[in-house]
Design a protein around this ligand. Structure first.
Ligand code: SF4
Length: 328
């Protein structure tokens, strides 16, 4: 048995991965993969909560996300990379958890209220989304989950469900904790949060030319109309990208922006160049991986075998604790 702590990470296969996903999550996972025993899931069941009508796209999206995981640097030798629906134990624990949580606890979650309004979602599966997320984590008895602040409440819920289970049936499940790391904020082209559905994103799969063309349209300080006007980098989304992709942006970008010496057109050209340079190795690796279809599916199959071994062991304990191990 590994002495390392266990972490669970996951993303939905919802289409093109963008630089917000890359810088906000994936690069962090890559940094953590040596330190922890990591299970990295492609959460296809979760993707159904918002897009249950287009399952014909799922296989390609799962494949592309696996390519993204590995192109960004997740190493299948170190990390079990797998598809959620390949490990049915997630669904079993989800069902058991759904018995010990109340509906008002779920309807009070801020993410439920927001998404219900935004996307008009009102399904049973959507309401139970955080319960399935709790099962995703607890089925590996994960110690930690690397998440952004907006997901913090869901980790509390997972810890709460594990605690409730332990109180009812005896100590069985670990209470997972959120693992916060300082991650950069990546704004969308319109200054809002980067999102594919808002079409304000830079995808990893965009070409260098597409990236430059999209960045040309990015919002800037509205008071800086032309070169010579003083700018306010602190409110400019382009400057936020410089802070991630341009070394010493506070010295090379902020002062000439403020003085007016640097115009927005040139400033965007610089950020395009630096961003494209940073993404180049990932984009190149992507092309190689994408052409090795059998290898990618093998990685996912093997990852599922590893994940299943751990999940089955945890579920045996869960069934025993509940006195539902009938043939044991
Ligand atoms: S010069 Fe750059 S940082 Fe300054 S407002 Fe224009 S785009 Fe933003």
């Amino acid at each position: 048995m590994s002495a390392k702590e266990v972490i669970l990470s996951g993303m939905q296969p919802s289409g093109e991965l963008h630089i917000g996903n890359l810088e906000g999550a994936l690069r962090n996972w890559v940094r953590l993969q040596d330190q922890y025993e990591m299970y990295s899931c492609i959460v296809d069941w979760h993707a159904l909560t918002g897009d249950y009508e287009h399952t014909e796209l799922m296989k390609e999206r799962v494949f592309q996300l696996a390519v993204d995981y590995m192109a960004a640097g997740l190493d299948p030798e170190k990390v079990a990379i797998f598809i959620q629906s390949d490990v049915k134990e997630h669904a079993e624990l989800h069902l058991l958890f759904s018995m010990i949580i109340t509906v008002p606890t779920l309807t009070r979650l801020p993410t439920y209220l927001e998404k219900k309004e935004d996307k008009g979602l009102d399904s049973y599966g959507f309401l139970g989304y955080p319960v399935l997320q709790a099962a995703d984590i607890c089925v590996y008895n994960a110690d930690k989950v690397p998440v952004g602040k907006d997901q913090e409440k869901h980790i509390w819920l997972a810890a709460d469900l594990a605690k409730r289970f332990n109180t009812l049936y005896g100590p069985t499940l670990k209470e997972p904790q959120a693992l916060f790391t300082k991650i950069p904020t990546i704004p969308g082209l319109d200054g809002r949060k980067m999102s594919k559905s808002l079409d304000n994103h830079i995808a990893i799969t965009h070409t260098e030319e597409e990236t430059a063309a999209r960045l040309k349209k990015m919002f800037t300080d509205p008071q800086k109309i032309r070169k010579g006007d003083p700018g306010r980098p602190e409110i400019c989304p382009v400057y936020m990208l410089h802070q991630v992709y341009t070394p010493e942006a506070e010295k090379v970008i902020a002062p000439p922006c403020r003085s007016g010496e640097l115009g927005c057109v040139d400033c965007k050209k610089m950020v395009s160049r630096n961003l494209n340079e940073a993404l180049r190795p990932i984009r190149e690796k992507r092309v190689v991986l994408e052409n090795n279809k059998d290898y990618i599916w093998d990685v996912l199959r093997n990852g599922a075998t590893r994940a299943r071994t751990r999940a089955q062991a945890v579920m045996e304990k869960v069934r025993a604790a509940m006195k539902m191990d009938y043939y044991g």
